[in-house]
Design a protein around this ligand. Structure first.
Ligand code: SF4
Ligand code: SF4
Length: 306
């Protein structure tokens, strides 16, 4: 709590109601989970944290449908990814954060950090042109190397709103995969929801079959593989050209989704992928059409989970 500010109390119910009015489709409040990794520990951001608030913002179904029918791709990136994360979620977080801070407590706003990876995290984020692994050191013993970035998958479970599916995307309870997230860590004592115990991803494997780049397996998502095919290296990309990788002996294997990519080979092919469509303020155009999410959505619909 901030010094000198009078402490009052608003309820969990009231915050949830305001969050829905401001555009969140799902809202949950959870206890701070036991996080063994200090680089992802909410207590390392707010040592006196009492709970975490989780919010899900729906990505319009029409944006996925337009990609599925090969009619339009760029709006998913601009409206479904960038706008929600960079603008909508930020304004939303400030409004809810102000509600909390006006009551005399601290609100640490947590939006997606698309271009950064905590030190030692060798994965990437396919949604951006490239990612940067942080190289800082702890400033003293017992502290993590900055910056601390919480695990959104664990936060969603703690708030009872969703869980990470096999394809590395959070599935929202009752809504499915077409959702993006933001969180607030606070020292305001609020009534917490139960963490999610129900398994939303039933490991059906539809996302494995749907990905044109073989980026999903029973072991989960290979983010470097995904980053290459998200950016369009497959033959089902409507922007694919005959001169793509012309003369490259691996061309067929690549466009058929058979070559395996690691960080080095993925980064080596990025300049070729930028020729399909330009990136937009750091965000890569989604040229796989998010086939994994669409397959997941249809599956969850079929089995009556959404
Ligand atoms: S498609 Fe099936 S396996 Fe893949 S994330 Fe969805 S529920 Fe899980
Ligand atoms: S369908 Fe697209 S987003 Fe999904 S795993 Fe494959 S490349 Fe990645």
């Amino acid at each position: 709590m901030t010094e000198g500010v009078t402490k009052r109390m608003i309820t969990a119910e009231y915050i949830k109601q305001r969050a829905k009015e401001l555009g969140a489709a799902v809202v949950g409040i959870g206890k701070i989970w036991d996080e063994p990794d200090k680089r992802r520990d909410p207590y390392m951001i707010l040592p006196k944290a009492k709970c975490v608030l989780g919010f899900g913002f729906p990505v319009p179904r029409g944006l996925y449908k337009a990609m599925e029918e090969n009619r339009q791709f760029y709006t998913y990136t601009t409206e479904g990814v960038k706008y929600i994360d960079d603008e909508f979620a930020e304004i939303f977080l400030f409004k809810i954060g102000n509600l909390i801070e006006n009551e005399g407590y601290d609100a640490c706003l947590q939006r997606a950090v698309p271009g950064l990876r905590v030190k030692g995290d060798k994965t990437t984020n396919p949604e951006v042109g490239d990612t940067f692994e942080l190289i800082s050191d702890p400033v003293e013993d017992g502290k993590p190397a900055p910056d601390v970035i919480i695990d959104f998958g664990k936060a969603a479970v703690a708030c009872g709103i969703g869980e990470m599916g096999l394809n590395g995307k959070i599935i929202a309870k009752g809504h499915g995969p077409y959702m993006r997230y933001a969180f607030i860590i606070t020292d305001m004592p609020l009534e917490c929801d139960e963490p999610l115990t129900e398994q939303l991803c039933d490991k059906c494997g539809e996302c494995i079959k749907a990905c044109p780049g073989g980026a999903v397996s029973e072991d989960g998502l290979d983010t470097w593989q995904c980053s290459v095919y998200y950016k369009g290296a497959h033959k089902s990309n409507v922007f694919m050209r005959d001169d793509f990788l012309l003369g490259n002996p691996e061309r067929e294997a690549i466009i058929n989704g058979e070559k395996r990519f690691d960080a080095e080979s993925a980064r080596a092919i990025y300049p070729e992928l930028k020729k399909f469509l330009p990136t937009f303020k750091g965000y890569a155009p989604c040229l796989c059409g998010k086939k994994c999410d669409i397959a997941c959505y249809k599956h969850l619909k079929e089995i009556g989970k959404i």
